[in-house]
Design a protein around this ligand. Structure first.
Ligand SMILES: [Zn+2]
Length: 408
């Protein structure tokens, strides 16, 4: 009787889906996490198309057990237990009305309760060169062989069985991919996949690792409005830069300024993002901002100080040209001027970048500048950014530049 009563209560709680995205109550999420963790895992006697059907939200490819060992199911359940407990703890420590960690724990529990996440270990036809795993974000994602629909996580098939070191690492990967299933992508969404995996699964033995973990936990807990949220950008840039993820830092800053063009604060964030020991662009952008004849807020001044922190000895000319191109494209939303600067100075840019790339001390600076040039031109070419319905032919002009610079 007691069991039936609690089952009814559980079903009633499960019906509450909080579709309006108002924060689910903390106690409810805690209760659901406790319930999930305390439920021992089971496997259905019959497989479903080569997938083992579990009671913890997953259908697991039999190939996973061959590669990762017979304890693999326990490992996956343990990963989710640990990850959910971590999110719940982060929420408990947070004072905000509704934390991102609470919302994500709630959404994850909801997804798991539907028992339909496929975990695949036998997708041979995929470009695995740079990937350990990939996962679906929406129902537009699917795998052909073996035929799999959203939501799924696909782990790189192993040739031999996994080493104990690999087994240790796979937990973090699975938790990372889990956030993609909740709809999060890299750079276009709040960076929960990396930060929550770092926060919940990094051992962090050195000082630097502890610093990264702290920054990761802050973002994983955070309740941000969007990727353009100034607080988020600040938190994310600290995290990404600590990790030397400079390209991602720039992408986040570009996202932010695209959402808030013609604001010097966003441009100063871009200056900070594009400044580091191998990158002269941020400092050059800071100079442009200082020349604007308007009073600068304290926040802008702080970002300019951050951008000026590094004084890169090489690449001043191309750094200045690219910073001007950034300024026109994202701050002024004037792609024509942006592309004009690159076009008129293409020979100078090419020769300086090539020279830098040849030098022992300047190699990384040359590569970094080239990367920025590549991303700028790509944004105008593929995304047609700054071109009103193709009227200005920006995309075509960008394509010509892409060919000239032999960009990838
Ligand atoms: Zn990812």
């Amino acid at each position: 009787m007691k069991i039936i009563a609690s089952l009814i209560i559980f079903s009633l709680l499960s019906l509450n889906t909080y579709s309006d995205r108002s924060a689910p109550p903390r106690e409810l999420v805690q209760k659901k996490v406790d319930q999930y963790i305390s439920t021992p895992f089971k496997v259905a006697p019959e497989a479903d198309n080569g997938l083992l059907v579990t009671n913890f939200g997953y259908k697991v490819d039999m190939a996973c057990l061959d590669q990762w060992g017979m304890d693999f199911l326990q490992l996956v359940k343990g990963t989710l237990d640990e990850g959910l407990r971590c999110l719940e703890k982060l929420d408990r420590k947070s004072s905000s009305e509704g934390s991102g960690a609470r919302q994500n724990a709630f959404d994850l529990l909801n997804l798991l309760s539907q028992n339909r996440i496929s975990l695949i270990c036998s997708q041979r036809e995929y470009d695995w060169v740079a990937a350990q795993a990939h996962a679906s974000v929406t129902s537009k994602f699917s795998i052909e062989k073996p035929s799999t629909a959203h939501p799924f996580i696909s782990l790189r098939p192993l040739v031999k069985s996994a080493t104990s070191e690999q087994v240790q690492k796979i937990r973090k990967t699975i938790f990372h991919e889990q956030f993609h299933n909740l709809g999060f992508t890299h750079s276009k969404s709040i960076e929960y996949p990396y930060t929550c995996a770092d926060c919940c699964f990094n051992k962090a033995s050195t000082n630097k690792e502890q610093e990264i973990k702290k920054l990761a936990c802050k973002i994983c807990t955070g309740n941000y409005q969007s990727v353009a949220d100034a607080e988020y950008i600040e938190d994310y840039l600290f995290y990404a830069k600590k990790y030397f993820r400079f390209r991602q830092a720039t992408r986040a800053a570009v996202n932010s300024i695209k959402n808030n063009p013609k604001t010097l604060l966003s441009l100063s964030i871009l200056a900070w993002a594009t400044s580091d020991v191998f990158n002269p662009i941020g400092r050059a952008l800071a100079t442009i901002i200082e020349k604007e004849s308007v009073p600068l807020s304290e926040k802008i001044k702080i970002n300019l100080e951050r951008a000026r922190y590094f004084n890169v000895k090489f690449g001043a000319k191309s750094g200045a040209l690219i910073s001007q191109s950034y300024y026109h494209l994202y701050y002024k939303t004037d792609a024509l001027s942006s592309i004009k600067i690159l076009k008129e100075n293409k020979e100078a840019l090419r020769s300086e970048i090539n020279l830098l790339k040849k030098g022992k001390k300047s190699k990384f600076i040359g590569e970094r500048i080239e990367q920025h040039l590549n991303d700028l031109i790509y944004d105008m070419w593929i995304n047609k950014y700054g071109d009103e319905e193709g009227k200005m032919g920006i995309s075509k002009k960008a394509y010509e530049l892409k060919k000239f610079f032999k960009l990838k």
